[in-house]
Design a protein around this ligand. Sequence first.
Ligand SMILES: [Zn+2]
Length: 127
Amino acid sequence: MNPSTEISGSCHCGTVTFDLTLSSGLDSLSRCNCSMCRRRGAIVVSVPLASLSITQGEENLSLYQFNTKTAKHYFCRTCGIYTHHQRRSNPQEFAVNIGCLEGIDPFDLGEIVTTDGINHSCDQKAR
Ligand SMILES: [Zn+2]
């Protein structure tokens, strides 16, 4: 994949669509073992906030927040598919569900880094 790539994505029912600019390809793929991500199971790519634009259906996105309520998790209220979230570790970034991206096969990516979200530095005081 080219270093800088425009790619489009959508939820399952197609109500929510978005455009994504990947400035460094799929270099920053990760999954995470926190209480949310281990249930969700998505592999994500991290991008600067400005690199994601919702092109359709923004009003159909639900927002879910928990714990420190820093991260903002968005999903389609019709089909339930998680599209993206604003990251807690770096609120200047979105993490985007690569399963929603056109032309990318999440099962064909090799080894994916697992973020140790269950031991997140933002939670250490509360434990
Ligand atoms: Zn949908």
